[in-house]
Design a protein around this ligand. Structure first.
Ligand code: FES
Length: 160
């Protein structure tokens, strides 16, 4: 009888205890994410860009370094572009449009980044060419890796 009473109390109290002491939230760990590029960065011509995605194993995201509008320093991005602008400067940008965060795409003919959602366009140096976006693209903080197809980008491992 005592055993049955104890079991009943434990089963009845468990949901209350879980509510009062929930499991810790899944963590995020700052790290440098190693990204393999489809094209060696040394073969990038002026006006060209290479798209890349955040690693998924483990689940990861890049951390925006700057930006404005819908992008802010510390916001997460799940993709980006290495781009060499028309002056030959190399930059790495988060894939997110600064208007409302849609993914931009390279327009290889116009040499611009275009957003399919509301028509914003950006120069390859990240500045706004055409609204509604009012703010530039966000940079990602990066360094060249050990070879021409690898870059190391500041990011987070999610949910470890
Ligand atoms: S989200 Fe890009 S133009 Fe609106």
């Amino acid at each position: 009888m005592a055993g049955l009473l104890t079991a009943t109390v434990v089963v009845g109290a468990a949901p209350i205890l879980v509510f009062l002491w929930p499991a810790p939230a899944r963590g995020q760990k700052k790290t440098t994410l190693k990204v393999s590029l489809a094209t060696p960065i040394t073969q990038l011509a002026n006006g060209d860009a290479i798209k890349f995605d955040a690693p998924t194993s483990p689940n990861s995201a890049f951390v925006m370094a700057d930006g404005g509008g819908d992008n802010a320093p510390g916001d997460l991005a799940f993709g980006g572009f290495v781009v060499k602008d028309l002056q030959g400067n190399t930059n790495v940008f988060a894939i997110n449009c600064s208007h409302l965060g849609c993914s931009i795409a390279l327009n290889p003919d116009a040499k611009t980044f275009d957003c399919p959602c509301h028509g914003s366009r950006f120069h390859l140096d990240g500045t706004v060419l055409h609204g509604p976006a009012a703010d530039p693209l966000s940079h990602l903080t990066w360094k060249q890796g050990n070879d021409a197809t690898t870059i190391n980008v500041d990011g987070l491992i999610l949910g470890f």
